[in-house]
Write a protein that binds this ligand. Structure first.
Ligand SMILES: [Zn+2]
Length: 162
Protein backbone atom coordinates (compact mmCIF):
# COMPACT_ATOMS: atom_id res chain seq x y z
CA UNK A 1 0.00 0.00 0.00
CA UNK A 2 1.12 3.52 -0.66
CA UNK A 3 -0.35 6.92 0.10
CA UNK A 4 -1.03 9.16 -2.90
CA UNK A 5 -0.90 12.86 -2.11
CA UNK A 6 -2.36 15.66 -4.21
CA UNK A 7 -1.33 19.26 -3.87
CA UNK A 8 -3.09 22.49 -4.80
CA UNK A 9 -1.74 25.92 -5.60
CA UNK A 10 -3.96 28.83 -4.58
CA UNK A 11 -3.05 32.49 -5.03
CA UNK A 12 -4.32 34.76 -2.26
CA UNK A 13 -4.87 38.51 -2.66
CA UNK A 14 -6.12 40.95 0.00
CA UNK A 15 -8.23 42.71 -2.60
CA UNK A 16 -9.24 42.11 -6.18
CA UNK A 17 -7.70 45.45 -7.16
CA UNK A 18 -4.36 43.60 -6.99
CA UNK A 19 -5.41 41.46 -9.97
CA UNK A 20 -4.71 42.26 -13.62
CA UNK A 21 -7.02 44.92 -14.98
CA UNK A 22 -8.83 42.46 -17.26
CA UNK A 23 -9.46 40.22 -14.25
CA UNK A 24 -10.68 43.13 -12.13
CA UNK A 25 -13.25 43.88 -14.83
CA UNK A 26 -14.38 40.27 -14.74
CA UNK A 27 -14.74 40.39 -10.94
CA UNK A 28 -16.76 43.61 -11.27
CA UNK A 29 -19.02 41.85 -13.79
CA UNK A 30 -19.53 39.04 -11.26
CA UNK A 31 -20.33 41.58 -8.52
CA UNK A 32 -22.89 43.21 -10.79
CA UNK A 33 -24.34 39.83 -11.74
CA UNK A 34 -24.91 39.02 -8.06
CA UNK A 35 -27.45 41.86 -7.98
CA UNK A 36 -29.61 39.77 -10.33
CA UNK A 37 -29.53 36.73 -8.07
CA UNK A 38 -32.91 35.32 -7.16
CA UNK A 39 -32.16 34.17 -3.62
CA UNK A 40 -35.26 34.73 -1.47
CA UNK A 41 -34.66 31.53 0.52
CA UNK A 42 -30.95 31.68 1.34
CA UNK A 43 -30.35 35.42 1.17
CA UNK A 44 -27.01 34.39 -0.35
CA UNK A 45 -26.43 36.12 -3.67
CA UNK A 46 -23.78 34.80 -6.00
CA UNK A 47 -22.58 36.22 -9.30
CA UNK A 48 -20.38 34.51 -11.84
CA UNK A 49 -18.64 36.00 -14.87
CA UNK A 50 -16.89 34.00 -17.57
CA UNK A 51 -14.32 35.26 -20.02
CA UNK A 52 -14.45 33.24 -23.22
CA UNK A 53 -11.49 32.80 -25.56
CA UNK A 54 -12.82 35.41 -28.02
CA UNK A 55 -13.20 38.06 -25.29
CA UNK A 56 -16.93 37.56 -24.75
CA UNK A 57 -18.05 37.95 -21.13
CA UNK A 58 -20.99 35.86 -19.96
CA UNK A 59 -22.55 36.36 -16.55
CA UNK A 60 -24.91 34.39 -14.35
CA UNK A 61 -26.39 34.47 -10.88
CA UNK A 62 -27.92 31.90 -8.58
CA UNK A 63 -31.60 31.24 -9.27
CA UNK A 64 -33.41 29.62 -6.38
CA UNK A 65 -36.76 27.88 -6.39
CA UNK A 66 -39.35 27.05 -3.76
CA UNK A 67 -38.64 23.42 -4.68
CA UNK A 68 -35.03 23.86 -3.55
CA UNK A 69 -33.25 21.32 -5.82
CA UNK A 70 -34.84 22.96 -8.87
CA UNK A 71 -32.68 26.05 -8.40
CA UNK A 72 -29.23 26.49 -9.90
CA UNK A 73 -25.91 28.04 -8.86
CA UNK A 74 -24.51 31.17 -10.50
CA UNK A 75 -21.55 29.33 -11.98
CA UNK A 76 -23.64 26.71 -13.76
CA UNK A 77 -26.19 29.31 -14.89
CA UNK A 78 -23.35 31.16 -16.63
CA UNK A 79 -21.54 28.09 -17.95
CA UNK A 80 -24.66 26.49 -19.41
CA UNK A 81 -25.64 29.76 -21.07
CA UNK A 82 -22.14 30.02 -22.53
CA UNK A 83 -22.28 26.41 -23.68
CA UNK A 84 -25.69 26.94 -25.27
CA UNK A 85 -24.83 30.21 -27.00
CA UNK A 86 -21.08 29.99 -27.57
CA UNK A 87 -20.43 26.29 -28.08
CA UNK A 88 -16.83 25.13 -28.31
CA UNK A 89 -15.38 28.44 -27.06
CA UNK A 90 -12.99 27.84 -24.19
CA UNK A 91 -13.75 29.43 -20.85
CA UNK A 92 -10.48 31.19 -20.09
CA UNK A 93 -11.37 32.67 -16.72
CA UNK A 94 -14.31 32.30 -14.35
CA UNK A 95 -14.85 34.86 -11.58
CA UNK A 96 -17.17 34.25 -8.62
CA UNK A 97 -18.49 36.74 -6.10
CA UNK A 98 -20.79 36.13 -3.14
CA UNK A 99 -22.58 38.31 -0.62
CA UNK A 100 -25.19 37.71 2.05
CA UNK A 101 -28.08 39.75 3.39
CA UNK A 102 -27.42 38.39 6.88
CA UNK A 103 -23.66 38.34 7.38
CA UNK A 104 -20.45 39.55 5.80
CA UNK A 105 -18.85 37.07 3.43
CA UNK A 106 -15.29 37.46 4.68
CA UNK A 107 -13.51 34.67 2.83
CA UNK A 108 -13.66 33.81 -0.86
CA UNK A 109 -16.45 31.36 -1.67
CA UNK A 110 -15.43 28.26 -3.55
CA UNK A 111 -17.77 26.63 -6.07
CA UNK A 112 -19.87 23.68 -4.91
CA UNK A 113 -19.02 20.16 -5.99
CA UNK A 114 -21.60 20.06 -8.77
CA UNK A 115 -20.26 23.27 -10.30
CA UNK A 116 -16.69 21.95 -10.10
CA UNK A 117 -17.82 18.86 -11.99
CA UNK A 118 -19.37 21.02 -14.73
CA UNK A 119 -16.25 23.22 -14.84
CA UNK A 120 -14.22 20.07 -15.34
CA UNK A 121 -16.27 19.21 -18.44
CA UNK A 122 -15.93 22.69 -19.95
CA UNK A 123 -12.23 22.83 -19.15
CA UNK A 124 -11.82 19.60 -21.06
CA UNK A 125 -13.80 20.96 -24.02
CA UNK A 126 -11.74 24.18 -23.94
CA UNK A 127 -8.46 22.22 -23.92
CA UNK A 128 -6.81 24.69 -21.54
CA UNK A 129 -6.65 25.14 -17.78
CA UNK A 130 -9.45 27.37 -16.54
CA UNK A 131 -8.42 30.23 -14.25
CA UNK A 132 -10.89 30.52 -11.40
CA UNK A 133 -11.07 33.69 -9.32
CA UNK A 134 -13.07 33.43 -6.10
CA UNK A 135 -13.95 36.69 -4.38
CA UNK A 136 -15.58 37.62 -1.09
CA UNK A 137 -17.66 40.67 -0.20
CA UNK A 138 -14.54 41.98 1.59
CA UNK A 139 -12.69 41.96 -1.75
CA UNK A 140 -10.39 39.14 -0.65
CA UNK A 141 -9.46 36.77 -3.47
CA UNK A 142 -8.34 33.21 -3.95
CA UNK A 143 -7.39 32.26 -7.50
CA UNK A 144 -6.27 29.03 -9.12
CA UNK A 145 -4.89 28.17 -12.54
CA UNK A 146 -6.66 25.00 -13.53
CA UNK A 147 -9.48 23.07 -11.99
CA UNK A 148 -7.07 20.39 -10.81
CA UNK A 149 -6.32 22.70 -7.88
CA UNK A 150 -9.88 22.51 -6.57
CA UNK A 151 -10.99 19.21 -8.10
CA UNK A 152 -8.13 16.75 -8.17
CA UNK A 153 -8.74 13.28 -9.58
CA UNK A 154 -11.97 14.32 -11.27
CA UNK A 155 -14.39 11.87 -12.81
CA UNK A 156 -14.12 12.62 -16.53
CA UNK A 157 -14.63 11.15 -19.98
CA UNK A 158 -11.51 9.00 -19.65
CA UNK A 159 -13.39 6.98 -17.05
CA UNK A 160 -15.94 5.98 -19.68
CA UNK A 161 -13.41 4.71 -22.21
CA UNK A 162 -13.65 1.00 -22.93
ZN1 LIG B 1 -22.58 25.33 -7.46
Amino acid sequence: MQILKFTSEVEEYNHYNELLEEEQLLVKAAIKAADNAYAPYSGFSVGAALLLQDGTVVTGSNQENVAYPSGLCAERTAMFWAGANHPQKAIVTLAIFAKSEDFEVVDPVYPCGSCRQVMSEYERIGKQPMRIIMTAATGKVHAVNGLINILPVAFDADNLKR
